[in-house]
Ligand binder design. Structure first.
Ligand SMILES: [Zn+2]
Length: 599
């Protein structure tokens, strides 16, 4: 398939003007004289690239297209030329030629391609076996159907079907009417779905998990303890699950399998509408049973992705952060990275990012966190870190976000303006408070919000932060102030959280977890607000707000046609939102078969 490969084909000021003209025409006005003058100037300088009545490559008509632009404009048609939006306006005005692909949306809701500003899709693309997301399974029969379908699509009856993280048994109800009955399927239930392929699933970093009879027989030969019902113990550190994972990695992964896994991950992403991913790295693998789902080799795990991009088979946009977690005060690897790598280098499809989601091991006074922050600042890079903590009692024992904000302040004092100019970020922040939001805002820091508590989170008894977090309402309201804090949304998938953005939007707008318990009261935000965080605001987090995040003339043509009206469906149905058509750079990268795509 064609890709724009960063050549910025067809992008010119003129396309913006044409789009503006179309919008003006649609609203009954005419091309402004200022726009006409600019157009004449473009022509004089020979920048015009297309004849005036040149037809677009694709037009989508008769939709409810939420552009997410400054005014929240909703239009019915867009045209796409050379991978970018050309006209954004109304169906009756859209022009097209004999070779234009015309897609009739038949009233469907369209949103910009979802941008996930903090996830771990590179880990997902390096999973052993045929990784099969279970984040959309809500019952044992759902799991059985998903695994049976996966098996039916495989040539090899001996191939492992695996699910390594990204889901939780909390939302797989044994009894659909009882949200407290969450559990793994039993060995017998998995056998019924996939009698031949060995199967293995595990939650979080190192389990617990479950297997079927074929998987049990193989794993037991490797010394993994499997209960008679297929359960495999997990927890922290070396577990029966992590032993099984090591075996699967060592026997199943090779270069070709990793590339296949990359394409599987991409193919899943476009079904839920996530078109751009900012990857936040992995824990450095030790190649022992101490490694969990979040461990990989930070120095080689991007290779299969880069190969898929080089083969022109990639269908999502990837931005790559470099994770550094050194406890050595000299942070030698970070120093070399900053000397020898480049940030934001690449093209529209794949490029490097910042240092994150760790810049050093730990945040305490004994960790090199502050020194690392100053090194990142001195090199003029962006720093991204994460916080999972809450304020302690007494507050003299600071929480991780307090230490991080103080570290950012110290770096900013030595290199004035670096936090604001380079857009430094703290992610997740379930326990952050207004006082600390204000301190971070004062130096221009930014927050990436994550709905990861949705899967396993519980209410908190804390009087300081009486919510499971993050405090979406508090943070979004802080962003509305003058020079307010920038916020974006992210999944932090694919170990402790799902990738599916509609689950995170459900949690941000309802505060309700998978067990249907309200755990984030008084912090709900609106559907408009959360969709904005996941699209236009995240374009800003990528430093690509002029390229991505809204449907506007001249921007990269990424959009998602939804199976239902996001703005109108009942809360519970938010979880069922999927793409029926995903477009990246003007190319259809997922077709759910609902729309008529004949030319
Ligand atoms: Zn993360």
């Amino acid at each position: 398939m064609a890709s724009d490969n960063g050549k910025r084909r067809g992008f010119s000021r003129r396309r913006f003007i044409q789009g503006a003209a179309a919008a003006a025409a649609a609203s009954g006005s005419i091309l402004s004289s200022a726009a006409r003058e600019e157009e004449d100037a473009e022509e004089k300088h020979g920048r015009r690239r297309r004849p005036p009545n040149d037809a677009p490559d694709t037009v989508l008509i008769n939709g409810k297209i939420h552009t997410m632009d400054d005014e929240g404009t909703v239009v019915s048609a867009v045209s796409i030329t050379d991978g970018r939006f050309a006209e954004v306006g109304h169906s009756s005005r859209s022009h097209h030629g004999p070779n234009t692909k015309v897609i009739d949306l038949r009233g469907r809701t369209v949103v910009p391609g979802i941008i996930d500003n903090h996830n771990h899709i590179v880990l997902m693309g390096n999973r052993p076996g045929f990784h099969t997301p279970l984040e959309n399974a809500y019952s044992i029969p759902d799991v059985q159907a998903i695994y049976a379908a996966r098996s039916a699509g495989l040539q090899n009856r001996d191939a492992w079907i695996t699910t390594i993280g990204g889901f939780h048994f909390n939302h797989i109800y044994g009894n659909p009417s009882d949200p407290l009955s969450g559990r793994f399927p039993t060995l017998q239930e998995l056998d019924a779905a996939v009698p031949n392929n060995p199967a293995f699933m595990m939650i979080s970093f190192s389990g617990p998990g479950a297997t079927n009879s074929a998987g049990k027989a193989i794993l037991e030969r490797q010394g993994v303890v499997v209960a008679s019902n297929g359960a495999i113990a997990g927890g922290f550190g070396v577990t029966e699950c992590s032993k099984a994972l090591l075996y699967l990695r060592q026997t199943l992964l090779n270069a070709a399998e990793r590339r296949r896994s990359v394409r599987d991950a991409m193919n899943y992403a476009v079904t839920v509408g996530v078109t751009t991913h900012l990857d936040q790295g992995a824990f450095q693998a030790t190649n022992t049973a101490a490694d969990g789902a979040a461990h990989e080799d930070n120095f080689t795990m991007h290779i299969p992705f880069l190969q898929v991009y080089a083969q022109d088979k990639a269908i999502i946009r990837l931005r790559i952060n470099f994770l550094h977690m050194e406890s050595d005060p000299a942070t030698p690897e970070l120093v070399q990275r900053l000397k020898n790598a480049f940030q934001f280098l690449g093209n529209d499809m794949v490029k490097t990012g910042a240092i994150g989601e760790f810049i050093a091991a730990g945040t305490s006074a004994t960790s090199p966190f502050v020194a690392a922050a100053k090194r990142v600042a001195a090199a003029g890079w962006r720093a991204e870190v994460h916080s999972l903590g809450r304020r302690n009692t007494p507050a003299s024992n600071p929480a991780d976000f307090e230490l991080e904000i103080m570290g950012f302040e110290a770096a900013n004092a030595d290199f004035p303006g670096v936090v604001r100019e380079r857009r430094w970020v703290i992610a997740h922040v379930p326990g952050i408070t207004q006082e600390w939001i204000d301190r971070l805002q004062a130096i221009g820091g930014n927050l990436s919000l994550t709905g990861w508590q949705y899967l396993a989170g519980n209410p908190t008894a804390s009087t300081v932060a009486p919510y499971a977090g993050p405090p979406f309402r508090m943070i979004v309201d802080s962003g509305k102030r003058r020079d307010g804090i920038h916020a974006g949304l992210s999944s932090d998938g694919m170990q402790i959280a799902p990738m599916n953005p509609w689950l995170h939007m459900y949690y941000a707008t309802t505060g309700i977890n998978t067990r249907r318990v309200l755990i984030n009261p008084n912090q709900q935000i609106s559907r408009e607000e959360v969709l904005s965080l996941y699209t236009r605001q995240n374009g800003w987090f990528l430093r690509e707000e002029d390229q991505l995040g809204t449907i506007e003339p001249g921007k990269l043509a990424d959009l998602v046609v939804l199976n239902s009206d996001y703005f109108a469906v009942p809360n519970e149905d938010l979880k069922k939102i999927r793409s029926v058509l995903t477009v990246v750079g003007g190319n259809v990268v997922y077709d759910g078969g609902v729309l008529d795509l004949r030319d």
